[in-house]
Design a protein around this ligand. Structure first.
Ligand SMILES: *Cc1c(COP(=O)(O)O)cnc(C)c1O
Length: 392
């Protein structure tokens, strides 16, 4: 039996009729950039997360970059984050000219250790960027309290955690701004790259909207006025806003980016967002079977805090004999993944930051032990049983 880490073909087949209709509809409409389909998805996303603004962008990394820029974070600033995450988290901080400052993680949840944040705060610190790693929320009440005390912004890297909850509240509504990715393997994925910024803050939303499209047009002028404390009427192009035909698009106010969610991707996401709660529930069902079957096997099974609703983007096991288990599973046709083999403070690209081995003992310990086994909504009972029997 061959079981991939995630089966995107099975997901496509479960919705093929709707997805084909949606994408062909965009192709034949010839409205490829922004427009109604994209704005509809942003509206759905606003309702789903329960925030005021959703600004779709080209990918999750750009979402993080624009969020930081929209909050005015740049050269000379420090942003506190975790070393046990996908590179894009820290990369976005570096991309705006700021410095990532790493804080070690908790052994149980793999999330940033909130008891170690305050010792890293200094006069250059501008924000904390927790990552809800593998689909479980970081301890946001503690993080928000520290942020409030030191006047810092909080950016949730929610790229792995759509649909998850913390103390009953939605991930994505827990800080000043949150960022999502629709990379195909994420819990809500499109057929290419996509991302989203969400916030309740009008100013951050306006600047992020401007940065998304070259700092031009109505949004560009509004953002420029906000950044320069100018109060004046902003010219609008009624009905043409946010389309390729916008006559204001050759009026530029900021140095921005070109990072939009394609209409084709939005049409796919408009279909898939209706499934996300069911899909996450299926992931949790499979996880409860794994947890029950795999404990007491010289393996450490993942821990979800009782106040968290974990969405299991990944199911992470730990073992001293990781490499041996991985190669045996490979022989049995079962795919695995190692997340993450090198914590970010030890990445070559960050050698100038001056970290050394031993600085983040928990992240380093985990990096030698963790591995992911398949967890996705379309996994069958037969496949789950096969995986469990082979691991045992
Ligand atoms: C996937 C991911 C990103 C980046 O998203 P892309 O859409 O691939 O750019 C950022 N942070 C985390 C934690 C991720 O898992």
């Amino acid at each position: 039996m061959n079981i991939p880490l995630i089966d995107l073909k099975a997901q496509y087949e479960s919705l093929s009729k709707e997805l084909n209709e949606a994408t062909l509809g965009i192709l034949s409409s010839a409205n490829y950039i922004m427009g109604k389909t994209v704005l509809d998805f942003e509206k759905k996303f606003v309702n789903y997360i329960g925030v005021k603004h959703a600004i779709s962008v080209g990918n999750g990394t750009d979402a993080l970059v624009l969020a930081l820029k929209a909050m005015g974070i740049g050269k000379g600033d420090e942003v506190i984050t975790t070393p046990f995450t996908f590179f894009a988290t820290a990369e976005a901080i570096s991309a705006v000219g700021a410095t990532p400052v790493f804080v070690d993680v908790e052994k149980e949840t793999f999330n940033i250790d909130v008891t170690k944040i305050e010792e890293k705060i200094n006069s250059n610190t501008k924000a904390i960027m927790p990552v809800h790693i593998f689909g479980q929320s970081a301890d946001m009440d503690e993080i928000n309290e520290i942020a409030k005390k030191h006047n810092l912004k909080v950016v949730e890297d929610a790229c792995q955690a759509i649909g998850g909850k913390y103390k009953g509240r939605n991930i994505g509504s827990l800080g000043d701004v949150a960022c999502f990715s629709f990379f195909p393997t994420k819990n809500l994925g499109c057929a290419g790259d996509g991302g989203m910024i969400v916030t309740d803050n009008d100013e951050i939303a306006t600047i992020a909207r401007a940065l998304r499209t070259h700092g031009s047009g109505e949004n560009g002028q509004k953002a420029y006025n906000l950044l320069n404390n100018i109060e004046e009427e902003v010219q609008t192009a009624e009905g043409a806003n946010d389309t390729v035909y916008n006559p204001l698009k050759y009026y530029n106010y900021l140095i921005g980016y070109n990072t939009r969610l394609d209409a084709i991707q939005a049409s796919i996401l408009n279909v898939k967002i209706n499934e996300i709660d069911n899909w996450n529930a299926k992931r949790r069902e499979i996880v409860s079977i794994y947890n029950e079957a795999l404990q007491n096997n010289d393996l450490v099974t993942p821990v979800a805090k009782d106040y968290n609703e974990h969405v299991y983007h990944m199911y992470i096991l730990q073992s001293e004999n990781r490499e041996e288990i991985i190669s045996k599973l490979k022989e049995a046709g079962i795919a695995t993944g190692v997340y993450y083999p090198v914590p970010l403070h030890l990445q070559k690209v960050y050698k100038d930051l001056g970290y050394k081995e031993g600085d983040m003992p928990v992240a380093e310990y985990l990096s030698h032990r963790t591995f992911a086994i398949p967890v996705y909504p379309e996994l069958t009972k037969e496949q789950v049983d096969y995986i469990i029997s082979k691991i045992k």
